[in-house]
Design a protein around this ligand. Sequence first.
Ligand code: IMP
Ligand code: MG
Length: 183
Amino acid sequence: MQYDDVASELQDVLLTEKQLQARLTEMAAQIDADYAGKDLLLVGVLRGAIMVMADLSRKLRTRVEMDWMAVSSYGSGTKSSGVVRILKDLDTDLTGRNVLIVEDIIDSGLTLSWLAANLRSRGAASVEIATMLRKPEAAKVEVDVKYVGFDIPKAFVVGYGLDYAERYRNLPFIGTLAPHVYS
Ligand code: IMP
Ligand code: MG
């Protein structure tokens, strides 16, 4: 899907496909350097992280395994509460593994701080976080994010895995929605 297919539903393009891919190339080089000579398990958080996982993993030269988790955070409306339920757990034993959680976006950071603690408690050798996007709210919780693609303003964004009502995930760029779509 491209811009023209949903032009009337979008307000702005925040990050182009080219910008996303260029930044992922830089992040992959950093991750390759940091994990040189180590095994690495990428843990993608469904469903938003599928695009980041697909592109980041292919840019890595490090040998990796991939596994997936699905979680839901209870809360009122669109705000996450920090109370997290595992919908789909990992199939991989984390004992002694170097884990890199791959995320699409960190908003409140509550989901991710819970998830990182949960994975650490399973005996992983290390647990780090890589995210394509981070919103300003994330600064309020203590979650140490090692790899950040872009810090973005506090706006609701779609595309590149991110949805509004399950739509727009298959846009190759990040955009903001026109108000008439959600009002
Ligand atoms: P939080 O960091 O616990 O608030 O939760 C982050 C999750 O909320 C992400 O993994 C997304 O699934 C979703 N999310 C947060 N902000 C946006 C957005 O701007 N667009 C689409 N989904 C979002
Ligand atoms: Mg997510």
